[in-house]
Design a binder for this molecule. Sequence first.
Ligand code: HEC
Length: 173
Amino acid sequence: MHESKRMHSIAAGLLMLVFIGCEPTSSAGAAAEQAPGPAAVVVTAPSAVPSSSAPKVASAEALAPPPWAGRRVSGSGFPCAIEDVLASSCRRCHWDPRENDAPFSMVKWEDTQKMRSGKPIHVLMRQMVGADLMPPLDLSVEPKVSPLSAAHKQTLLAWLDAGAKKSSETCTP
Ligand code: HEC
């Protein structure tokens, strides 16, 4: 109790110094981080430390991979090689919830066995991918849709041609 009050007043004092010493708020955090010795510990503890992280967060987002790159599903029933293709090129839209007006999800193997316009979805996948109509390169989304790599296209078509069989493989993320 006593100790924590003391810590708080040290923190408050230090913050005052930081504010007085620096004009832009953005350098306050950096100055505090560089403070040597036990003072640095005190400063990082209270949530009252001014948020100076806005520009850092923005640049981290710019460097981060797109959100759909992580759309892997463990125990999906897809072979791991197919998980790779779906995560990088299909689930951006064929996800749950669906995005960019994709008409169905491709989360689990069972999704590819459902019927759509009188055909199993895996048959439609074969047609669309074979004709280079999926992924849809002309869709106006940002960032632009990238085509399947030759290797991914071959892998997906081979699996579809072999009957789009279910797999019990356990895939590493
Ligand atoms: C950028 C979004 C997007 C991506 C990525 C995408 N799709 Fe689609 N997909 C759509 C939309 C929108 C439709 C509905 C309009 C259409 O059929 O063109 C669709 C429709 C489909 C259909 C149904 C076609 C029919 O005749 O009903 C299939 C099958 C399909 N996609 C497979 C895939 C596969 C396989 C991939 C990955 C290799 C993929 N899609 C990637 C947006 C996407």
